[in-house]
Ligand binder design. Sequence first.
Ligand code: PEP
Ligand code: MN
Length: 353
Amino acid sequence: MVIVMQEGASEPQIEAVIDRLNDNGFDVHRSSGDRHTVLGAIGVQPDFDIRHIQLLSGVSDVYRVTSPFKFASRTWKQDPTIVDLGGVRIGAEELVVMAGPCSVESEDQIMRSAECVAEAGGRVLRGGAFKPRSSPYSFQGLGEKGLVLMRKAADSFDLRVVTEVMDADQINLVSGYADLLQVGARNMQNYTLLKALGQSETPVLLKRGLMSTITEWLMSAEYILSEGNHNVVLCERGIRTFETSTRNTLDLSAVPVVRAQSHLPVIVDPSHGTGIRNNVMPMARAAVAAGADGLMVEIHPDPDAALSDGPQSLYFDQFVHMMNEIRLIAAAIGRSINEKPEGSAAGSAAGRA
Ligand code: PEP
Ligand code: MN
């Protein structure tokens, strides 16, 4: 931590700050110039509240130079974390594409979606069974029935399953069907849920909150990691800004920032990030170019009839097109898309047996 004293701060003020720092267990290095005194405080605890120093008289600025999170940081672990979903590895050189409808609506809808995802080269089927809707009058999801249908569809096409868990009480139930437990944007700071997920062994997909800074997002990841679950994937899905032309503002600069600060994989959801189908494909391309470890995209066999998020769901042919485009972009930056090897059972009768 670095403390810059105001110009002309008196000797008693400087000494009072040094005393307070020593009382809090810091070693202090003092450097006095002609106009300013700067104090370097070594040994800051991650939970130290810098406002205790900011409000002392004669203090101009206080800067924290160590990150407030530990297990999520690159300093603690330099090698990238790879989250393994039954052989589908997120965070490695190959990008993982997750796709599916916003909500599971029927067996036919989720089966057709799974077939499209597998045939186009995706590895993970997404779909909500428990939906965090902004209105209590909107479709809330099929609940456990949706989980059963999603697992069946995913197994038929050798896909993994990602789905949202909205409450700590649902973790056991949802873990019985899913390979990756999604924490939705609205729940990013539900610390009871995060702690409970930290005690689970199922990997977690942590979406960025609508109004959260990158540091707050990584602090939420820290809640899960510090409880013992180290399989966390981050997902940028857009934040709320003053802009109204898009549903959210997709903060793609979060991708390189997170990769520099953390070893955790980071993927991008351009569907909730933009809210309009035509904007999804360009932002999917941009996310790959920015270095994302994967994508999560909403698709639907009949978006106009979707029970949730139809306007941002891609038609199947658009998804196939997007996959073709991102293959080229991944190759241009020395990466590739994690796809089922040619001739494997995915989508074939054998795969469905
Ligand atoms: C979703 O993935 O369907 C969803 C509700 O996302 P978010 O939490 O990012 O709004
Ligand atoms: Mn949705």
